[in-house]
Design a protein around this ligand. Sequence first.
Ligand code: SF4
Length: 464
Amino acid sequence: MKIYIETLGCQMNRLDSELIVGLLQSAGHEILAARRGAEAVLYNTCSVRQHAEDKVYSRLGVDAKRKADRSLIVGVLGCMAQREGKSLARRYPAVDFLCGPGRIHELPALLEAARAGRFVVALDPDRKTSIDLQAVEALEAVDLSRDPACCPSESQAFVRVMRGCDRFCTYCIVPYVRGAEISRSPEAVEREVKKMLVSGRSEITLLGQTVNRYRHKNGETTTRFSDLLARLSSLAGMRRLRFVTSHPVDFGRDLLEAMRDLPNVCPYIHAPAQSGSDAMLKRMNRGYTRAQYDELISAARQIVPDVVFAGDFIVGFPGETDADHSASVDLIRRVGYKNAFIFKYSPRPGTTAAKRYEDDVPEAVKRRRNLELLAAQKTQGLAHHRQYIGRTLEVLITGKSAKEKKKDARQEPSSQTTSDHVQLQGRSRGDHVVLFEGPESLIDTYAEVRITDASDLSLFGRII
Ligand code: SF4
């Protein structure tokens, strides 16, 4: 069957889609790069934000019209399928099957059933009932059978170390749709990482909803996240080791010291604060106070040389006052994040916040606070990036810059400084976006780049 997969949402979803491609190809299906000519369209969708789900609702409306003219199988996968369940299919009759994130191993069978005209559903049991160990084992087998050829990058790879989340932040749907926290065995993670290294990828990013909470017990032996980093960092071919997303509570001293002592672990911490106000942090059930977050930042600064921070913030959470908002602005000013993802709160059905709290901050106030946080971050981002002017950074060149890609799409000649040079983009060890001119042949290699200029989001430089 010719299949088109559209992925909306977080990095975890993108990794799932990569595994799905391998799984379906080995079942004899062809994966298309665009939806034209597809016999089946699969939407792998995140539920964390309304925006991704809204896109799928609109696609499903159009698919219903397409199905009137020709045969087309439509499947909804991932957290959205798990959250909405059969009610989604009742409202959108274009849907032929639903598949939760813990059931992707069943996809080949689901497609066959849908081709035979049966409506099928594969969702995880409610997390209150039990963990389906068979499904966990089947998912582990999908991870381990991963084909590096399906990896979208020649130099970078993501490897999952945990599934699920047990933190229950009140605004978040993840613990309900991705299930209970399970850490993969260090042996399984190492096997997968080795496979990606042998295939030529040299920057590995370990993934988990709360990745630094990783803890695997085998009899008397416990592997902490810092132990896992030490184990993986010594593997042949490992040049850079990263991890996302961390929870501020789970940054023990052992982890910060591992970041200091293991030379290929990148000095980059994505530490979502969500708010600078204790009252909001409590309502969000984040499990830390502002003072504890400040302590983490100062401990990381003391222990990890050159550490770089990224943050996440929610504005307009129920009950947020101007004073709470000012505490978030203050936190942004004090930390000096490289970048921060700032979102206006919107209640997600099924979460504690949606059930317990009235969405009482008016939209105009949310908008104003959002702009204020963005402006504060822009100032701090510029100051942060300017510190690097005059320094030389190691950059992994990941591709052409967004500007060059747009030109390619419009089929315009590139702004070449010399005949074969285009604007390239890469990442420093601190995860800075670095832009510079160079030949395309350098993509997926490392270069030393002298930084000559900076904006609030990027560094600009010259290859040495
Ligand atoms: S830590 Fe909180 S925000 Fe992150 S996935 Fe778990 S519940 Fe969601």
